[in-house]
Design a protein around this ligand. Sequence first.
Ligand SMILES: Nc1nc2c(ncn2[C@@H]2O[C@H](COP(=O)(O)OP(=O)(O)OP(=O)(O)O)[C@@H](O)[C@H]2O)c(=O)[nH]1
Ligand SMILES: [Mg+2]
Length: 404
Amino acid sequence: MSANLNILKSFVNEYKESYSVKEVVYEEGLVGDIKKIQAKLLDEKFFPSNQLVGILNKQIRRARYPMEVAITGQFSSGKSTFLNALLSRNILPTGITPVTSKVNFINYGEEYKLKITYYSGAQEYAPIEAIADFTDQRQNEMKDIKYLTLYAPMDILKDISFVDTPGLNSQSQSDTDTTRKVLRDVGGIIWLTLIDNAGKLSEAEVLEEYMQHFKNKSLCVLNQKDKLTPDQVTTTTNYVSEKFGKYFAKVVPISARMALESRAHQKDILIHDEYTKVVNEFKKELLEKDVDDLNFFEESFKQYKSKIHAIQDSDATTNTKLLQESNIQEVIDFINETIRPQAAEAKEFAIKKDLKGICDILVKEYETITKIYDVLVDVLKDCENKVIEHFENIPDFLIWTHTF
Ligand SMILES: Nc1nc2c(ncn2[C@@H]2O[C@H](COP(=O)(O)OP(=O)(O)OP(=O)(O)O)[C@@H](O)[C@H]2O)c(=O)[nH]1
Ligand SMILES: [Mg+2]
């Protein structure tokens, strides 16, 4: 009796395992939605292709990418300096003559690294120090390079990817095309122009060519406000707001130089720099020397501690004033309050549109298969009577031979 009961129990369990629907909890938001669709479309009974698996995984990666903000404008307007200010580090090369010749993507990475992508599709990695060799407009062999990607371990990049474009009036046709495509695809655009040169006719022409469809996601930054008096800054800002109002959601005067100077000297940045230095030193000693204890680290740790205390105790008033005067916060607010929500919405819309496209294709394929199946069934049905008829007419002796 109990043996029978056990058989019954294991039967019930096996049945439950195979036929009960498992409740899966998906994360909130876009990624969770995509995963839900993924689970449905990749059901084994549909025999999903590897290609479909790949496409759906790509959509999940896309949903997780941080939003992209492009920095663009005419050459030498301070784009690279401004980006360095946002990153609080002097990373991108800057200069008084045209410097940036390629589109530079600045993305998050565990460590500093430079990736070079060629028009041929080939990719190559180089140390970050080599960036100037690959961006300098004067170098001839640059024409084979499509774009550069800079990876840096900065928290802001976990959230936003930046794109530094070459000055719009100083490029080859292929670079112009790359920039045009970048502007169309990014979540937000920051247009940089020199404050003492803004509002010129030549600039209006470039804006008309590049920027006429992006008003809602574009900010006009008047750079180098440190060169004018506060009154001049106000007058110019008002003038440009009026003149270029149809291209931009807002016009903001800043000093990228002051912003970089002050942000690079913020206490948390300085402390982080010291931390990185001491950790690298520690790693190097461990790797290069055969150490038995941590005594070697005592002295550098002491020095590290005293530097940290000095930074913590230092007076930050001048730096805070410089930061305020740079007015960079207004740009950061625009990114957070205007670009961010729009970028999230645009991305969700684009991904959902692509997913719907995939579903439409799958439904069509499925319909075709069912149609083929129906036709096949009809063909078989048509044959059925004939087959039965023929079967009945098989002479007895043949059946006899086959049976024995
Ligand atoms: N006074 C002043 N100078 C600045 C400011 N921002 C940038 N500069 C200087 O202007 C020059 C050009 O700056 P970059 O950042 O190289 O300009 P860019 O737009 O990246 O130039 P390209 O890449 O060549 O198009 C550099 O010498 C900077 O030091 C600023 O706010 N004030
Ligand atoms: Mg530049």
